[in-house]
Design a protein around this ligand. Structure first.
Ligand SMILES: CCCCC/C=C\C[C@@H](/C=C/C=C\C/C=C\CCCC(=O)O)OO
Ligand SMILES: [Fe+2]
Length: 661
């Protein structure tokens, strides 16, 4: 018994408060005290003192219930802190979610606990009730067969309120989208008088890139070294791989002996690389306003020069077909327009696989599976929940928007992308079928692609560096709560979480290397590091480059309006007639600029303010994480300062703490 001081923190945004009164209970190990209806939770922080006649002992949780006389108004509660007998300083009860309706909400004290950390089962019932409720609220949906599962819901309003954009994000997204679409409409009306007769006209109509790098793309996109560089450090660094043999599909017609000799020489030297777009082979192209669009499935062979440049050696635009003459091979020595059109076809193919496989699937959709599986399987007391929850912010919301407005029927893909109107779903299904666990873990992925130690792969260097920092952060936290491999095996909540992700969310992905159980602390750390990296660095490295590399339409055509060339007799008009028309180009630029603009409402990696963990040790681990991120950020800044083409997409200060756009 004694005097307790209670502090209540409401969300900072305007709509976070509520006029409703809130009833509080203090739950200790020896008893429970009803504090009655205390201050209405207005914005900001509230505090009150109260005498409690009972001996509560150590405080385990705070319970709260909102009372509405007339109108129930949701309240965003950040946290509650209590000081008094038995709290050893101030006990902290994290919440960081909306309090809705009149249900009693239980907020356990912030110390992370696995089931084995609760030998008296003081929290067992609470954990079970919380998960039972979460499974009702966070339900797996289904968008298309053969894909990993999304959250159920067709719009943000179908999502749990905790997953929807808060008002600042919502306002920024809506206002900037409306402005972008307005600008597109206004400039689009001028397109009636504009016409693109030559490639330079694209530059006149879309004069300036929004960044210094975008400006360089506008100037240098035709250059072979620039073309090769993009496979290392461009918008889509996920397809390049070192050749271990000449690809079977690369049939060299007679007269190409020199090329064969050069390819073999590079192969023997270990400097031959390839980018194979076979995943696009046979994808049904879109028809846009009754006009057939076109898709190809190129193969590019490149050589890594001693100076670090990656130069294209040959482009094959389509795979060989049985019973037909070998496909034409395009060479740097070909007539300039023919070679340029071949490169443009590769760029358009890269746009398709980048946006669908590298960005949407391996960034957005995997992050969503991680988020939904966690919300369905780990209670808020669990250390892995506390570790991962900051990396889920807005992901379900942005993906629901993508499914309803981007890859939906009559969405952006149908309107302006050559793989729209169903081809995009086919590509997602094919990409899902070959999605491996190793490919989501840069140390394994880069090893498998022969990119470890390649100095000109800045993406690779930064990805490995960031993976290491995240890995140490995860190990630091896991080490606090799991003292043996057996403790990992014995954690039934953790095992259920892993299985829910792999078997349900990822749709029996154990066939592709994903674990369905966690047998050791090392395996747990690797898995949680993959989750954290995917929600942060993986998405950022495939999202941020759009602004730089796709603002120059010929460098990333979202569609092609003529079939791939079957001769080298190519004119500039053939190229212009193949590229997106002005309306398509303007829409592409509008959407990619809108999506990839630097987000004003943004939490950078590791910089979340929410305090989910109580206790000095987890805070120390988080502090160390932030120090390592800051060091990496500074070193990238110094490195980039002397580079003609700076690589920024894995700079910690540029990486969002979750997938939010
Ligand atoms: C043409 C670019 C396509 C990029 C697709 C890749 C990943 C998904 C993207 C998320 C987008 C989410 C929502 C988009 C919402 C609205 C776009 C405007 C459509 C409209 O005008 O209705 O990653 O950033
Ligand atoms: Fe994105």
């Amino acid at each position: 018994m004694g005097k307790y001081t209670v502090r209540v923190a409401t969300g900072d945004l305007f709509l976070a408060g509520s006029p409703n009164q809130v009833q509080l209970w203090l739950v200790g190990e020896h008893g429970e005290a009803d504090l009655g209806k205390q201050l209405p939770p207005l914005c900001g922080k509230g505090e009150f003192e109260i005498d409690v006649p009972l001996h509560l002992g150590r405080l385990l949780m705070v319970k709260l219930r909102k009372h509405a006389v007339l109108l129930s108004v949701d309240w965003f509660c950040k946290w509650i802190a209590v000081q008094g007998p038995g709290t050893q300083g101030e006990a902290f009860f994290p919440c960081y979610r909306w309090v809705q309706g009149h249900r009693i909400i239980c907020l356990p004290e912030g110390t992370a606990r696995t089931l084995s950390d609760d030998p008296q089962n003081l929290f067992k019932k609470y954990r079970e009730q919380e998960l039972e409720e979460r499974r009702k609220v966070y339900r797996w949906g289904s968008w298309k067969n053969g894909l990993i599962l999304p959250i159920a819901g067709n719009s943000q309003l179908d999502l749990p309120r905790d997953e929807r954009f808060l008002e600042d994000k919502d306002l920024d997204f809506s206002v900037s989208l409306a402005k972008a679409l307005k600008d597109m409409t206004i400039k689009g009306t001028l397109d009636i008088i504009n016409c693109v007769k030559g490639l330079e006209d694209f530059k006149k109509i879309f004069p300036r890139g929004k960044t210094a790098l975008a400006e360089q793309v506008h100037d240098s996109w035709k250059n072979d070294a620039f073309f090769g560089y993009q496979f290392l450090n461009g918008a889509n660094p996920m397809l390049l791989r070192r050749s271990s043999r000449l690809p079977a599909r690369l049939v060299l017609p007679p007269g190409m002996e020199d090329l064969k000799t050069q390819l073999e020489k590079e192969l023997q030297a270990g400097s031959l690389f390839e980018v194979d777009f076979s995943l696009l082979d046979g994808v049904k192209p879109n028809v846009i306003i009754f006009k057939q669009q076109y898709v190809a499935a190129p193969l590019v062979m490149l050589k890594l020069q001693p100076d670090g440049r990656l130069l294209p050696m040959v482009i094959q635009l389509q795979p060989p077909r049985y019973g037909r003459a070998p496909p034409l091979l395009f060479l740097p020595s070909d007539p300039p327009m023919a070679w340029l059109l071949a490169k443009i076809w590769v760029r358009s193919s890269d746009f398709q696989l980048h946006q669908l496989q590298s960005h949407l699937l391996r960034g957005h959709l995997i992050a969503e599976v991680i988020a939904v599986a966690t919300m369905r399987s780990l209670p808020s007391l669990h250390p892995i929940y506390k570790l991962l929850i900051p990396h889920f912010r807005y992901t379900m919301a942005i993906n629901t928007l993508a499914r309803s407005r981007l890859v939906s029927k009559c969405g952006i893909f149908d309107l302006v992308v050559s793989t729209g109107s169903g081809g995009h779903v086919d590509i997602l299904q094919r990409a899902t079928a070959c999605l491996t666990y190793r490919s989501l873990c840069p140390p394994d992925d880069l090893a498998d692609r022969g990119l470890l130690g390649v100095k000109s792969s800045l993406y690779g260097q930064d990805a490995i560096r960031l993976w290491g920092i995240i890995s140490r952060y995860v190990e630091g936290m896991v080490g606090l709560f799991y003292k043996s491999d057996q403790a990992v095996k014995d954690d039934l909540e953790l095992q259920a979480w892993c299985r829910e992700m792999t078997e349900t969310g990822l749709q029996t992905a154990q066939d592709r290397g994903f674990p369905i159980s966690l047998e050791s602390r090392a395996q747990l750390c690797h898995f949680v590091t993959m989750c954290t990296f995917t929600c942060t660095g993986q998405h950022a490295s495939n999202h941020l480059g759009q602004l730089d590399w796709y603002s120059c339409i010929p460098n990333g055509p979202s569609t092609m309006r003529k079939p791939p060339p079957i001769s080298k007799d190519v004119t500039e008009k053939d190229i212009v007639d193949s590229l997106p028309n002005l309306h398509q180009a303007r829409m592409q630029k509008t959407i990619t600029d809108f999506l990839s603009r630097r987000q004003p409402v943004m939490v950078a990696l590791g910089q979340h303010e929410e305090k989910y963990f109580s206790g000095p040790e987890p805070q120390a681990v988080l502090r160390q994480f932030r120090e390592e991120l800051a060091a990496m950020d500074k070193e990238i800044e110094v490195r980039n300062a002397v580079l003609d083409l700076p690589y920024e997409y894995l700079r910690p200060s540029m990486i969002e703490n979750s997938v939010t756009i």
